[in-house]
Design a protein around this ligand. Sequence first.
Ligand code: B12
Ligand code: SF4
Length: 498
Amino acid sequence: MKKNTIALFYPKTEKESVNKNLPFAILKLGSELKGEGYDLAIIDERFEEQYQHRLSEVLDKAICFGVSVMTGYQIQSGLSASEFVRKINKNVPIVWGGWHPSILPRETLENANIDIVVMGQGERTLCELAGTLKKGGPLEGIDGLSYKKGGSIVINKRREPQDVNTLHPLRFDVLDIERYIFRSALGNRSIFWNSSQGCPYGCGFCSTPAVYHRRWTGLKAETLIGQLSTLVDKYKIDSVTFAEDNFFVDIKRVETLCELLIINKIKLKWASDVRVDKIIHFSDDMMRLLKESGCVKLYVGAESGDQDVLTLINKMIRVEDTYKAAEMLDKYKIISEFFVIVGFPNAPKKDLAKTLELIKGIKSRYPDHQFSTYIYTPYPGTPLLGLAVEHGLKIPDKLEDWVRWNILSINTPWVDEKYLDTVNMYSKCYYPLAFPSPALKKKFNENLLGLVYLILHKLSLFRVNNNFFIFPVEWKLVKAFNGIRTRYGIFKEMESFR
Ligand code: B12
Ligand code: SF4
């Protein structure tokens, strides 16, 4: 039988997968492969936990089995699937791609159940690999590939990222798009989308420089508008969140996109990431254009309220810039979510204190803006990893040991569970209660629970304003209620804490 199928597997992102976002890597790889005439068998484990039977049926006709992996839990589920494939059919090459194997190809290939790694942008490399495997040719000349040969690991030349506009057009029939539509704060039929790869900046905590070498490639506005029209017309999408590294690299592209959304009367609310230093240089016309085109939310990488940290991570912004950005966004009522990271190795207590000051400063002036707080986690290949090692970080030397590298675990010796509890106390209790979200504020007058929230709000505001956090009874209560809430599905208002 002539083999013509590529099996692609998207592993669960967490043990209990709550996240069901569209796996864009699979959509793009699948579109390229289809464009080249290959058949596809796709499994998204988050929707198909019992995939074994279907997978075993397709393996006989599969040229290879491809797995997409970020650092963290996906390694575990990717390894289980790879082990299964190896057991069922020893002749199917197992190919890993995505962020983790791209950064650590050698370590990935040391695992007995992984034969080939595709490093970086995968569309062209995978097509060339599939063609070569089909013919039975050598893997030597394929840029972007690592593989086993005899007893050793061969790492070919890295492939320069290709302009995304030169790849095969996106094909909506690769995935069951309907599965990935969800209700969100933006709309009833929301979807995650992606319009670019890479980023020209080099922030110390970020994985992108290691994979895209500070290159960026973005879909032309005219092509993107075609995709968005299909999403609206065919799939009745009302809102899109662009999930990528840096949506605003090419401002002209975004301007054209906004103009096309307006001219074509495409009714779509949209959100994306943005850098602080971009916003503060936007003209009023640009802000109006964004607003008019449907931009309702921006995710802003504020990162820290500590200037020393901003310098350390090479963010190339000043703390004051974040205040300016918040003011600008508030003026145009683009309610934004600021991402901050605390717990950097040099002075974790100081950076937490300074970042809380930033949150207080912005929330007290612009209460509708939101904050999401993360604890710094050193990822493989990132510029700050060396500093983390100097501060005692033990880098895992086996693929499996990276599984615990997810946002829920602490892997860094300079902060401990107590620090994590303190951060949670501020970011999940006192700050959200002191500066309640509009949703929570609405509840204040509604019933007895509203009264409880109102009292908690007054107490928290007092604590935050006076920096008084001894005897954190409210935090203990919130923690206790949280257990009850998740178990019995009550106190839903607490989900709007931010
Ligand atoms: C959306 C997103 C998520 C979604 C998941 C996506 C989904 N569908 O469910 C969610 C919200 C779950 C998520 C979570 C996390 N994420 Co995230 N996420 C992203 C984001 C913004 C977009 C991903 C995407 O769709 N990209 C577009 C596609 C086309 O690109 P791609 O995935 O890189 O795929 C290309 C290549 O990698 C390659 N490829 C990929 N897979 C495969 C497979 C094969 C077989 C082949 C051949 C090639 C190949 O070819 C593809 C096409 O060119 C990226 C940033 C980015 N630029 O990608 C971060 C990113 C992937 N996330 C990252 C991180 C750190 C996380 C978290 C750990 C922490 C956090 N703070 O969010 C968690 C991990 C989850 C967990 N619990 O363990 C890092 C990854 C670092 C790393 N070493 O893995 C990134 C790169 C952000 C960054 N710049 O640092 N994330
Ligand atoms: S954090 Fe954002 S701006 Fe910085 S390198 Fe990563 S993607 Fe680029």
